[in-house]
Design a protein around this ligand. Sequence first.
Ligand code: IPM
Ligand code: MG
Length: 358
Amino acid sequence: MREYQIAAIGGDGIGTEVVEEGIRVIQAIANRYNAFKIEVSTFPWGTDYYLKYGEMMAPDGLEVLKKFDAIYFGSAGDPRVPDHISLWGLRLEICQSFDQYANVRPSRLLPGISSPLQNVTSKDIDWIIVRENTEGEYAGAGGRVHKGHPEEVGMDVSVFTRTGVKRIQKFALDLARSRKAKKLTLVTKSNAQRHGMVLWDDIFDEVSADYTDVEIDRMLVDAMTTRMVLHPASIDVVVATNLHADILSDLAAALSGSMGIAPTANLNPEEKFPSMFEPIHGSAFDIMGKGIANPIGAFWSASMMLDQLGERRAAKQLMTAIERFTREGKSFPFDLGGDGKTRDVTDRIIEIIDGQNH
Ligand code: IPM
Ligand code: MG
């Protein structure tokens, strides 16, 4: 039987709560289809670990993680430690060290969920935002001088490389090609940022020339926000820089019903390193420990993980179970207007999985 080794890192806040439930769902799917086994190892890394040991993960953390088939992640961020420390010490460290350059963020209005936009149906919002995930505004280049003095300076320098831009654009074009609509929108801000963003435009001219079957267009990031709100059905796949796609994907999640639903895959497409899967909602400290977090983003991320592992059928069945749950509209968590607890959502989805036909 096929067997996969998964590293689970709950991290901070509701991250640990939803990852725990996600593991239950993954095991339910594995048992139901009896075609593969999932072995999960859990790592207690995150802010509690940092407060004890001064590091967000064990010193040999990356070496340990490298041996796994995939990483299932919750969230990083805790009010007791500045965000840039918790993030750079764990999630960003993993993304950059494992060259997970393709951050894939699907947004779909699932059945039974309503969008804050009026008269919008599931057909109108079916997007994938492809986020460059290793450089750009998140390269970590910059510095601070004259700390505390009136002449203090802080600089964050965006780094765009030909290799980095080309590979993410190609990835997005391939993804667009594999979809029914076959459309890709390049998002930049090349009217104002005249170096790196123009490099994105130039490389897009070159790379997209090989994809005449993909319908391409270009938007400035500010105009893209209005298009998402006013003409959602015109969008299919979007490719953008690390920061632009970060912002657009929050908007996309809100427009498709809730931040609690949206998933992410941090992919190393060449599979030299494990890829990492996580809900995009973050640690949400205000609701931590109450057992009310929406686990659907974590479940959808688990489905993306199964897909990446090659278990396409199981990935689809999990998505079908999630959609059946949202269509039913029972035990919705608070962010979707119900009073279902995290566990109620999981229990119902597992019931659905157990009752699914092969
Ligand atoms: C996301 C998050 C992170 C990001 C934060 C927590 C650093 O907003 O995954 O979208 O910006 O990458
Ligand atoms: Mg974000």
